[in-house]
Write a protein that binds this ligand. Structure first.
Ligand SMILES: Nc1ncnc2c1ncn2[C@@H]1O[C@H](COP(=O)(O)OP(=O)(O)OP(=O)(O)O)[C@@H](O)[C@H]1O
Ligand SMILES: [Mg+2]
Ligand SMILES: [Zn+2]
Length: 491
C-alpha cells in the first residue's frame, strides 16, 4: 500500500471538469487555452480552499500537455508532462510559496531564470502562492518582470487577500475571483469522495461538515479526513458532532432560549451540559451566533423591531466573544461570564414572541427537524450546579445520555434533577444506581436524589403533546404507527 495520502491531496482536481464551482473562471481559462490566447499573468484571488492553486496547476498542466486535443483544454493526464505535474516534479512548473519565501532574493533569482527557455514543454509557468505576502521590494522586482515578460512564461499569482497586492501588479494581471462553495456543492463532493473511499457517511453528517467548512472545500475534505480514521463504523451525525466538537443544535437552541429569556442560572447549567458533552467552546459560540442570526432574520421579517434590536445586541456581544474565545487558552469563564451578563440584561426585556414561534418561522435552516420545545415556566431560583458536569463526565456514554437532559438543583442535602421528557425521567430513575456513587462522592454520603418531571409543573395548555417527545416520535416512526391512547402516570 502506498503511504497514506490525505484526502485533500488525493482529491485535488486533475481536470477542469473535476474542479467544483468556479464556473466563470474555469470557462474563461479553458477558452483561453483552446484559442491559444493565454495571458502572461493571472491573479487568482478569493476565499481560501476554493481551488486557486488547483486551477493554477491545471492551467500549467494543460499548457504543457503533449497529448491534448486541439479542441479541448483538458489535459490528458497520461503524458510524461502531465504525470510530472501531478507528481510535483515538473521542471517547467515553478511554485513559489510567498508565505515562506517573502524576500527579494527569490524574486531576483526568478528574474534571472525567467529568460531561460523551458526545459521540456512550450511554457514555463510560475505559480506564486500567497502572493500578498511578498515584501515591497519583491513586488517591485516582480513588476519589472511583468512589464516585459518573455513569450514562453505564464505567471499565476494566487492570494486570499487581493487588497494587499499593489495596484501596479494587479494592472498587469488578468484577475479571476474564486468563490466560496455552497453547502450543496460541498455535500456533493464529499458524497463523491466517500463513495470512492468506500466509507459510509450519514447525509446529515455531510451537511454538518459542509456547514462547518464555511465554503472552503479544502476544510470540508480535511474534516472528512479527520473523521474517516477515527470512525469504527459508518459515520453518523452524532459521531461527526462529537468528533468535531460540535454541540447538538437543539441544546444550543435551548441555551439561547435561556439567555434571551433572562434565565441566567439555567443558561449556565445548560452551558455546562453542552460542555460536558464534549463540544468545543468556539463551536458553541459560533452555533449561538447562527441561532441568534436566524432569529434576527425572523424578527426582521415580522417587523418586530424591539426583538430585532435586542437580538442584534446579543449578536454583537457574541461576535465580540467569538474573537476573544480564539485568543484565550481557557475561555470557559469568558463564555460563562458573557452569557450570564446577557441573560441578566435580558431579564424584563424578554422577547414578546415566544422563541418557539420565532424558530418556527425560520424553519430549521440546518435541515434538522427540531422537536417543539416545551415552554419552561420560570421556576424558583436555580443554583448553577458546577460539579454536575464532573458527575456527567464520570458516567459511561449511554448512561450519560439519559442524564444530559436533567437540570440540576441542590437543595440542602437533596439533589433535584428536573427532566423535560417523561422518557428520560423514567430512564434516569432506572439507572440511578450508576449515578448515585458519583453524586455521593460529590455531595456526601447523605445526599438524596429527587427526580422530577418539569412538564407536570406547567399549566395544561402549555404542555407539549406526548407526540412531540423525541422518543415517542422515534418509536412512532420506527413502527410506522400512531399514538392512540395516552395514559397519565401519577407520581
Ligand atoms: N473547486 C474545487 N473543486 C474540488 N476540490 C477542491 C476545490 N477547491 C479546493 N478543493 C479541495 O481542496 C484542496 C485544496 O485546494 P486548493 O489548494 O486548490 O485551494 P486554494 O484556493 O489554493 O486554497 P488557499 O487559498 O488556502 O491556498 C484540493 O486539493 C481539493 O481537495
Ligand atoms: Mg493555494
Ligand atoms: Zn498530457
Amino acid at each position: 500500500m502506498p503511504d497514506y495520502q490525505s484526502l485533500y491531496r488525493k482529491y485535488r482536481s486533475q481536470t477542469f471538469a473535476d474542479l467544483v464551482g468556479q464556473d466563470a473562471s474555469s470557462r474563461a481559462l479553458q477558452g483561453a487555452i483552446v484559442s491559444g490566447r493565454v495571458a502572461h499573468a493571472y491573479l487568482f484571488s478569493g476565499s481560501r480552499g476554493t481551488g486557486k492553486t488547483s486551477a493554477a496547476r491545471l492551467l500549467a498542466k494543460s499548457l504543457n500537455c503533449t497529448e491534448r486535443a486541439r479542441d479541448t483544454a483538458e489535459p490528458c493526464n497520461r503524458c510524461e508532462s502531465c504525470l510530472a505535474v501531478t507528481a510535483g516534479t515538473a521542471l517547467d512548473l515553478i511554485e513559489i510559496d510567498a508565505a515562506s519565501n517573502r524576500g527579494i532574493d527569490e524574486i531576483r533569482d526568478l528574474r534571472e531564470k525567467v529568460n531561460l527557455a523551458p526545459a521540456l514543454g512550450p511554457y514555463k509557468i510560475y505559480i506564486i502562492d500567497e502572493a500578498h505576502m511578498l515584501t515591497e521590494p519583491a513586488f517591485n522586482a516582480l513588476l519589472k518582470t511583468l512589464e516585459e515578460p518573455p513569450a514562453h512564461v505564464v505567471f499565476v499569482l494566487c492570494t486570499t487577500d487581493a487588497q494587499k497586492i499593489p495596484l501596479t501588479v494587479i494592472g498587469r494581471c488578468q484577475q479571476f475571483v474564486f468563490r466560496r462553495h455552497s453547502e450543496e456543492q460541498i455535500v456533493a463532493r464529499l458524497t463523491h469522495i466517500a463513495a470512492e473511499e468506500k466509507v459510509a457517511v450519514d447525509p446529515a453528517a455531510m451537511q454538518l461538515i459542509a456547514r462547518t467548512a464555511q465554503g472552503s472545500m479544502r476544510d470540508a475534505v480535511g474534516l472528512l479526513d479527520q473523521l474517516v480514521p477515527l470512525a469504527t463504523g459508518p459515520i453518523s451525525l452524532d459521531g461527526a458532532r462529537s468528533l468535531l466538537g460540535i454541540a447538538d443544535p437543539r441544546l444550543l437552541d435551548s441555551l439561547l432560549d435561556d439567555v434571551l429569556a433572562g434565565r441566567a442560572a439555567e443558561a449556565l447549567a445548560e452551558l455546562n451540559r453542552v460542555y460536558a458533552e464534549g463540544a468545543e467552546l468556539r463551536q458553541v459560540v459560533r452555533g449561538l451566533m447562527e441561532g441568534c442570526r436566524d432569529r434576527l432574520v425572523g424578527a426582521l421579517g415580522r417587523h418586530d423591531q424591539a426583538t430585532a434590536r435586542r437580538l442584534s445586541g446579543v449578536l454583537d456581544a457574541l461576535l465580540h466573544l467569538d474573537g476573544e474565545v480564539r485568543r484565550h487558552a481557557e475561555p470557559r469563564f469568558l463564555v460563562e461570564a458573557t452569557l450570564a451578563r446577557l441573560a441578566v440584561e435580558s431579564e424584563g426585556v424578554a422577547p414578546s414572541v415566544p422563541p418557539a414561534a420565532v424558530r418556527g418561522e425560520t424553519s430549521s435552516p440546518r435541515g434538522e427537524e427540531l422537536p417543539k420545545p416545551v415552554p419552561v415556566a420560570v421556576s424558583a431560583p436555580v443554583i448553577p450546579v458546577v460539579g454536575w458536569s464532573d458527575v456527567l463526565e464520570k458516567l459511561n456514554r449511554t448512561v450519560r445520555a439519559v442524564y444530559l437532559d436533567a437540570q440540576p438543583e441542590v437543595d440542602g442535602s437533596v439533589l433535584v434533577l428536573w427532566f423535560k421528557y417523561g422518557f428520560h425521567h423514567k430512564k434516569a430513575q432506572e439507572q440511578s444506581s450508576q449515578l448515585l456513587p458519583h453524586v455521593r462522592e460529590w455531595l456526601g454520603d447523605d445526599v438524596k436524589v429527587d427526580f422530577r418531571l418539569r412538564e407536570n409543573d406547567l399549566p395544561k395548555a402549555k404542555v407539549a403533546s406526548p407526540e412531540d417527545d423525541p422518543f415517542v416520535r422515534e418509536i412512532v416512526k420506527r413502527f410506522d404507527g400512531r399514538v392512540t391512547r395516552v395514559k397519565e402516570i401519577s407520581e
